[in-house]
Design a protein. Sequence first.
Length: 222
Amino acid sequence: MRVRPISPDLLVAELTERLLTAPSAPASAGSSPPAHLRVAVDGPPAAAPDRLAAALIDPLRARGRPALHLRAGDFLRPASVRYEFGRTNPDAYYEGWTDEAGLRREVLDPAGPGGTGRVLPSLWDAAADRASRAAYQELSPGTVLLVSGALLLGGGLPFDVTVHLVLSPAALARRTDAAQRWTLPAFARYADEVVPAAFADVVVRVDDPRHPAWVQRDEVTG
């Protein structure tokens, strides 16, 4: 599999250009405002998907495109559900920590074709283990909605563009905080069962965050 080395700044610039030219989901019949673009920035915490998504906001806005960044970490299930089988159960982390139904209901469907354009920026305050009580936001026409987090591509969530940040198993283990290494089997399952690198629209290798590498889409084999 061939990859193209790229600097972090150029990665942001090229991703910005890719999103500006990406087709959104078809607008609903008879609608005149431009459709929103729902973008997943997927990767384990060690790949810093939140940081990359946040870095895209200002360049998109500078090019005249409204943009909003939401974190999947603000759409977790209650602790009673997440920790039903223990606080460090990798299978539970893989299968049920993120409230995908809530993310779809409160964000992706409203931002999609025929949606209201009214999204909830966060659903659950994991630290306080209660609803976040966030206010709904009305999306400007044609907003690029960036949703960042881990394990986003395995549940059929309706994204228009998917960006997957991938590390080798050795790099992932090395760059994962010791307190979070219990999650490594979950990411191994994700790579084996979902194989996001085989279908994501953009795949970026981030073994070394100072020297990312863009994987050409037609060269991705898994």
